[in-house]
Design a protein around this ligand. Structure first.
Ligand code: MN
Length: 508
């Protein structure tokens, strides 16, 4: 069995998903979950894009143990020096240096020649080597690069100390057999290739990201770069859950294994979806709501007799336990709740636990059967909440329907304990709530609603409604979440959470 490394770029390429902006705490929480999932490398951001990105990478380097923490940097000497400062405190750290190698990008984007780029590659890798031995180099747009030049640039990178060579299909243009050939050709035509690991980074513009990654592994790639839920630039990256579960399900045919703890897949997927405010499509392989549901009578009959008749993997092994209800009820105490959260992999602090307990008690008053999914939703809400809650929703009353103009009254408590109230009318109940909230929270004045979505946690009529709200404040985006059996209340909580995040960011 050949062991392949999984390199996770959810927090770098994945965070480049349009409309997504995580705060530092959310990034740290996701990185900790990625470590539990057992990825080999975490690329926690692009440290030099902003002070916030730098701080997030630095905190992850300091707090997350297990995987390599990777510093992503342009091939520029001073960028390498600065990036090192962000990752140097990690237990295990590495660089990921990139520069374009395709004719098209060298000429039009960089305004340089192939020879210039070759010199930059040699010089920057040699320079980075003084900090660490672990250096990944990416010839960006490799799949559209003149092949002889690609061999030359890889050989030079390895001669100067690169230990991982990443072959990105930057624009998701490759076709599987062709991409497999490319990896095979690199293996047989680059003189010193056995001194480095070949990595691949595939994009999904034409829907082939996971397929290209698998074919590359069959042809000798030893590392796959991917993201949770396949998020990322444009159509996204290869989805970690698809790649890993394909290798797992077809292990005897492919002979390739990973170090991933697959029981953590579903939870990681939900955490990322919630933090980023990106719902998981129902038909998304492995983690979508419908992918283990059977509609056809013949299929249903088969699955009831023997699950494997129509399911290629058992949903339980990725941590999906759709039917299971808990265990916890009205009379459960805080300790039981804490144990249950720990079983799910969440280590809550005292403050989060108190809030979780209150939410849980309130929920048991409104909903008889609290399911694992409900509890997990309440927990992740605590995990992703703004660090400091400048404002909290105390009470809300809404009139809606088609007989009257929808109106909302909100009662909000500020951080000093002052109670503020407002009443507004709007086009619909959510609009009325948002107007009422923004009429009394002065900081909300300049923020624009960028995204709003509601989803149900489970399928019953009394299900919790999860709302995600993204606000735009100048150039920045803030995503807030709210969970309640009443979706209008969820909306108010999510809206206030997004405002709190913006205020946190300004004060930090
Ligand atoms: Mn990419």
């Amino acid at each position: 069995m050949k062991r392949i490394r999984i390199f996770d770029t959810t927090l770098r390429d994945g965070e480049q998903t349009p409309g997504v902006n995580l705060n530092i705490q959310e990034k740290v929480d996701i990185a900790k979950q990625l470590a539990r999932l057992g990825v080999d490398v975490i690329e926690p951001g692009f440290p030099l894009t902003s002070p916030g990105d730098f701080e997030a990478v630095q905190r992850i380097a300091r707090e997350v143990e297990g995987p390599y923490i990777c510093g992503f940097t342009r091939a520029i000497i001073k960028d390498i020096d600065e990036t090192w400062k962000a990752v140097k405190d990690a237990q295990k750290k590495c660089f990921h240096i990139f520069i374009s190698s395709s004719d098209i990008q060298i000429k039009h984007q960089l305004g340089k020649s192939e020879k210039d780029v070759l010199e930059i590659v040699k010089k920057t890798i040699y320079h980075a080597k003084q900090y660490t031995d672990e250096i990944e180099y990416s010839p960006m747009d490799a799949s559209r690069t003149r092949i002889e030049y690609l061999y030359e640039v890889i050989e030079a990178a390895i001669d100067n100390g690169a230990t991982v060579i990443n072959i990105p299909d930057t624009v998701g243009y490759s076709t599987p057999v062709e991409f497999g050939e490319l990896i095979k050709n690199i293996r047989s035509n680059v003189r010193n290739i056995d001194k480095a690991i070949i990595s691949v980074h595939c994009h999904n513009d034409l829907g082939m990201a996971a397929a290209n990654s698998i074919v590359a592994a069959m042809n000798g790639a030893q590392q796959i770069e991917c993201t949770i839920n396949g998020i990322g630039e444009r159509a996204g990256n290869a989805a970690l859950e698809e790649v890993v579960m394909h290798l797992e399900a077809r292990k005897s045919y492919l002979g390739i294994e990973t170090g991933i703890d697959i029981s953590q897949i579903y939870k990681t997927s939900k955490l990322v979806s919630k933090c980023m405010g990106l719902p998981i499509p129902a038909n998304k392989p492995i983690v979508g709501k419908n992918v283990f549901s059977h509609e056809s009578g013949i299929h249903q009959d088969g699955v009831l007799k023997e699950r494997s008749t129509y399911e290629v993997i058992d949903p339980k092994i990725v941590g999906r336990d759709d039917e299971s209800n808990i265990l916890l009820g009205k009379h459960s105490g805080r300790h039981a709740l804490k144990i249950e959260a720990q079983k799910m992999g969440y280590d809550l602090n005292e403050d989060q636990l108190i809030k979780l307990f209150n939410d849980f008690k309130e929920l048991t008053d409104r909903k008889k059967n609290v399911s694992t999914a409900d509890l997990e939703s309440l927990i992740t809400e605590q995990v992703v909440k703004a660090v400091t809650e400048t404002y909290t929703l105390e009470k809300i009353r809404v009139i809606s329907g088609n007989m009257d103009t929808p109106c909302a009254k909100v009662v909000i408590k500020d951080i000093d304990g002052n109670i503020i109230e407002a009443e507004e009318c709007g086009n619909g109940p959510v609009d009325a709530v948002f107007k009422a909230v923004s009429s009394v929270i002065k900081e909300a004045g300049d923020m624009i609603l960028n995204q709003y979505s509601v989803s149900a946690v489970t399928e019953e009529i009394e299900s919790l409604g999860e709302v995600s709200v993204t606000l735009k404040d100048g150039e920045k985006l803030y995503t807030g979440k709210g969970t309640h059996t009443d979706i209008i209340t969820s909306s108010a909580i999510a809206y206030i959470d997004a405002i709190n995040k913006a205020i946190n960011d300004k004060n930090s």
